[in-house]
Design a protein around this ligand. Structure first.
Ligand SMILES: *[C@@H]1O[C@H](CO)[C@@H](O)[C@H](O)[C@H]1NC(C)=O
Ligand SMILES: *[C@@H]1O[C@H](CO)[C@@H](O)[C@H](O)[C@H]1NC(C)=O
Ligand SMILES: *[C@@H]1O[C@H](CO)[C@@H](O)[C@H](O)[C@H]1NC(C)=O
Ligand SMILES: *[C@@H]1O[C@H](CO)[C@@H](O)[C@H](O)[C@H]1NC(C)=O
Ligand SMILES: *[C@@H]1O[C@H](CO)[C@@H](O)[C@H](O)[C@H]1NC(C)=O
Length: 941
């Protein structure tokens, strides 16, 4: 009989498919760990030459400076690292799997007999802007015995002062606070500098490390070696804080929280740390009428102080996790209808897109907030300091439309309000200035009139159409009308316009099309606000323009669209067709889209490995954002999947450093700009097309005036989250991995061998990370690839070069073999640090410590005689040098100050026995850190 053997076969297949989990297939070079705002942006570098999470440090933006963040677990007295690279403890956990969802990065590891699940959750809270605007993330760990036996388990994590500044010799101070429901560490710069950044990090925020109160919780603020060694030796901390306020890096102080779980077979609840970085005010916005507003994070509309907000966050983990899982399931389920590659792109892009935003409320001089005045600011993260960069906002818009269109409204509001009173300028501005977080419109001419005006009109109508809120349309009607009139006269033919990508060819079909769709959008805007004669006028303009455009834009064979009118060799990704579909303006005939789809299909047969360039004259310049908008326009699923595949191949390539880039070389993968750019919000292009539109309602009190505040709150706004559907991905048992893990556990290596290995890869990673970048903000027609040889002195004052470091050459990053200095450098070499100071930032130079600015308590601490840091800081103050000397700051050298002042409970003999080994490690660490400060390689175009 055939039947039984067929059944056996099917049974075998189904058993095997549950036993063998699908291999991990997605390998981005950077994995988001804690990405919540432009200045709270922590990633894991995940290349073949980097270590696993359990054996490497996270980095800012996934390519820049180290962000000290360590994690350890102690099992039956043996201590394993699960995050960080300090060499302290008995070994490192073995990472067996990584899963990336829109809100979470989940690492499965094995530490001795325990299976660990380490989850980094950066919430995306489309429904609740109090929660969305609270720049904290969760890090939780669960452990389960692999051998069935129970084990004594303690877990530990800390952050360092590196979260506070890109200038690692900046002096910091700190305090520990215990509320009724939480314990948290708060750290800050002693002399914060408002609205300035160094190496992309802000200089005016406070960092937090918090945990909900629970049994077995201990904490400590002390040097990295003391604190971590104490945990490794006894499994708990001393509940003490050092008062030895000093520079971030000499020595590194850490802010630690540990939990003794007792003897367990598995954790009943996750142990959850909460990491925050808060700037308050977060944005300084100058209105159209010249009023300067210090705007505070939105969450202050609910919480009057940080403690109560932290309490709410720490105790909300379980519910926040449930919300995150539901949101992930919705996004993954919807994206899976396209392809598994598309699921990966949407999953990796979501946190990056939201991580570029600051949601703000108006505040008076006393800090009282007006929750009815909500504005959102986007930083051009990864490329420049531009504020609400209009073309990036346009690229990102699909994400907001899909998750809650009100985000889009509050992002448009400051751009509209700033321009409402301006007369004389016929087209839209490009941004709110080039000095994030200073948001101020710079009126003046530029060459992206069609591009940015079109983007504004398309986004305004898209927002209104999905949210149903016509307030902005009514408030800014005259402004929009002026813009539409500009497009009517200019968009069909031109030879003085630049595209979003800085191309300046005359008569670019894709750019002209954007303007025409925008004229049609204006017709719909007019209709929505009851201006029917205007609507008819713009309707007839739009249909005349699209008729002319089609006759100019089609190839002579009438098979496809040209890139430039009349140039039969030219072509382009006609990504602006996406707006026609998104808005339902239906200007482009289906037959044209079908022909264009076929044409893309033929181009794709010879496309570079990472996808088509943006057009026929762009060399190898590819754009993830424009590729994904294009993919959402085509009529053939095969072509669609190929367009997605090209981007996926680049994003899943771990041979080039950097978070998800927007623009890259399609052949080599070298990043041209935008890692990690919010333009990646374009990954949601297909999802946004599934969002239903609704009737636009114009509130009675909305008038056409520039001064009306935009009263949009995210709370309780309509949204699409209600229809959460299944689509669970993953969750299949991992027996194969368990067996693998067992073998890896059996051949756990000598920790010193581990250490030697990781030194090599850190060197490789760090060397190129300060390569300077050169996008001249607000300058049109930026050539590609960006020329990084523009002198730093040429930058506008007030903007900081380090905010624009670009990583470019994949050979240097992941594949090359950079030379490693043979001899260890002495720790804290002053020349090394001052070299960094000169290299990494032209403005401002490191702030000398101002005694006047220091509070009484901190003064007392500074004057405490037994502390070695005092002398080094005053030396630093006197000379203006950022670099303390090694001998005066090294607490582990025999001549340094007594540790008794900080109440360390490590016995002196333990310290002595650890000293030689630790000192050795510290030298290596210093060398690693110093190497980051070496001059960057020249960009080789
Ligand atoms: C890098 O990608 C390759 C596949 O291209 C994969 O085999 C490898 O494990 C990845 N490395 C890391 C560290 O993820
Ligand atoms: C772990 O490290 C500590 C300190 O170096 C050492 O005393 C202990 O014996 C080690 N444990 C194991 C299992 O190797
Ligand atoms: C743009 O296209 C129009 C219409 O074909 C043409 O008259 C004009 O010369 C073109 N401009 C340039 C600079 O080629
Ligand atoms: C808008 O334009 C109309 C017609 O030109 C004018 O009457 C009205 O005053 C304008 N509104 C504002 C607020 O400028
Ligand atoms: C470890 O935990 C993960 C859940 O995070 C689970 O999927 C996996 O099967 C576990 N591994 C083993 C070997 O039990």
């Amino acid at each position: 009989m055939m039947l039984p053997s067929t059944l056996w076969f099917l049974l075998l297949v189904s058993v095997l498919s549950t036993l063998v989990r699908a291999q991990r297939t997605f390998f981005p070079a950077s994995i988001p760990l804690s990405v919540r705002s432009p200045y709270h942006n922590v990633w894991l570098i995940s290349t073949n030459t980097s270590g696993p999470l359990s054996n490497s440090w996270p980095h800012f933006w996934g390519q820049q400076s180290i962000m000290g963040w360590a994690g350890k677990i102690r099992v039956d007295g043996t201590t394993f690292s699960w995050m960080g690279q300090d060499g302290i403890g008995n070994g490192t956990a073995t990472v067996t799997d990584i899963e990336i969802t829109p809100t979470r990065s989940i690492f499965v590891m094995q530490a001795g007999p325990m299976n660990l699940t380490v989850t980094f959750l950066s919430p995306i809270e489309p429904e609740d802007w109090v929660k969305q605007s609270f720049p904290f993330s969760y890090l939780s760990i669960e452990a389960a015995s692999l051998d069935g036996a129970s084990h004594s388990v303690q877990v530990y994590s800390d952050i360092s002062g590196e979260w506070l500044s890109g200038n690692r010799s900046s002096p910091i101070s700190w305090r520990n606070t215990q509320t009724g429901s939480s314990i948290f560490h708060e750290l800050e710069l002693q002399t914060p500098t408002p609205n300035v950044e160094i190496a992309n990090q802000a200089q005016d925020g406070k960092a937090y490390y918090a945990m909900a109160s629970r049994t077995g919780l201990t904490w400590q603020i002390d040097t990295d070696t003391s604190t971590r060694n104490l945990f490794a030796s006894q499994g708990s901390l001393a509940n003490i804080e050092s008062n030895a306020f000093g520079p971030i890096n000499s020595p590194f102080f850490v802010f630690a929280l540990a939990v003794d779980l007792g003897t367990i077979t598995s954790t009943s609840d996750p142990v959850t740390w909460c990491a925050g970085y808060v700037r308050d005010p977060s944005v300084q916005y100058t209105t159209g009428s010249g009023e300067t507003q210090n705007r505070r994070p939105y969450f202050f509309s609910k919480y009057s102080d940080i403690s109560s907000a932290i309490d709410a966050f720490t105790t909300d983990f379980s519910a926040a996790h449930d919300r995150a899982v539901a949101l992930d399931q919705k996004i993954i389920g919807d994206a899976a209808k396209i392809s598994s590659e598309y699921v990966d792109l949407a999953s990796l892009g979501a946190r990056q897109t939201f991580g570029a935003l600051d949601i703000t409320v108006l505040s008076d001089d006393k800090g009282n907030v007006d929750a009815s005045d909500v504005k959102i600011f986007m930083k051009d993260v990864g490329t420049s300091l531009r504020v609400n960069p209009v073309e990036r906002l346009y690229a990102a818009f699909p994400t907001y439309l899909y998750l809650n269109a009100s985000f889009g409204g509050s992002l448009l509001a400051p751009l509209l309000e700033s321009q409402d009173g301006l007369t004389g300028q016929q087209y839209a501005a490009q941004d709110l200035g080039t000095g994030y977080p200073l948001a101020i419109l710079t009126p003046g001419t530029h060459s992206k009139g069609i591009e940015q005006t079109g983007n504004m009109l398309i986004m305004m109508y898209a927002h209104a159409r999905v949210s149903g809120d016509g307030t902005l349309l009514a408030q800014h009607y005259n402004l929009t009308k002026r813009w539409a009139d500009y497009l009517v006269s200019n968009t069909l033919t031109f030879d003085d316009q630049a595209s979003a990508d800085g191309e300046t060819k005359a008569n670019m079909t894709n750019l002209a099309l954007k303007g025409i769709i925008s004229v049609k959008a204006m017709a719909e805007i007019s209709r929505a606000v009851g201006k029917d004669s205007d609507a008819q006028e713009y309707d007839s303009h739009a249909s005349a323009l699209i008729g002319s455009w089609l006759s100019l834009a089609e190839s002579s064979s009438q098979q496809h669209l040209l890139g430039v009118y009349g140039d039969q060799q030219s072509w382009a990704l006609l990504y602006n067709i996406y707006a026609d579909l998104l808005l339902g303006t239906n200007l482009i005939p289906q037959s044209i889209i079908e022909g264009q789809t076929q044409f893309y299909g033929s181009l794709l047969t010879t496309a570079p490995v990472f996808g088509l360039p943006i057009d026929s004259s762009a060399g190898q310049q590819s754009s993830a954002a424009w590729s994904l908008l294009t993919a959402a326009t085509v009529t053939d699923d095969g072509v669609r999947n190929q367009l997605i595949q090209g981007v996926w191949s680049r994003i899943s390539s771990n041979t080039t450093l950097g978070a998800f880039p927007d623009q890259y070389n399609g052949a080599t993968g070298a990043i041209l700009s935008g890692a990690p750019s919010p333009a990646i919000g374009a990954m949601f292009s297909h999802l946004a097309l599934t969002v239903p539109n609704t009737t636009i309602v114009v509130p009675a009190d909305a008038t056409s005036s520039g001064s009306g505040s935009n009263s949009k709150s995210g709370d309780g706004k309509k949204s699409n989250i209600g229809a959460i559907v299944g689509g669970v991905v993953g969750g299949i048992a991992v027996v194969g991995l368990g067996i693998l893990g067992f073998f890896l556990w059996r051949r756990r290596r000598n920790p010193h061998d581990d250490y030697a290995e990781k030194v090599e890869f850190v060197d490789e990673i760090h060397r190129p990370s300060l390569s300077p970048y050169s996008y001249p903000p607000n300058q049109d027609a930026v050539p590609f690839p960006y020329d990084s040889t523009v002198p730093l002195a040429g930058r506008p004052s007030g903007s900081d070069f380090a905010g624009q470091s670009q990583y470019t050459d994949p050979g240097v990053a992941g594949l090359g073999t950079p030379s490693i200095p043979a001899a260890p450098r002495s720790p804290s070499s002053p020349s090394t640090n001052s070299g960094y100071a000169q290299l990494a930032y032209d403005s401002p130079t490191p702030q000398p410590l101002s005694q006047a600015g220091i509070s009484k308590a901190r003064e007392a601490a500074l004057n405490r005689p037994q502390h070695q840091y005092t002398s080094s800081m005053s030396a630093s103050s006197a000379t203006g040098s950022a670099a303390p000397t090694a001998s005066s700051t090294d607490p582990l050298s025999p001549s340094s100050g007594s540790r008794s002042g900080v109440g360390s409970s490590i016995s002196p003999t333990e310290v002595v026995s650890l000293r030689a080994e630790v000192e050795n490690l510290r030298r290596v660490m210093q060398e690693i850190r110093a190497d980051r400060f070496e001059p960057p390689p020249e960009y080789q175009g």
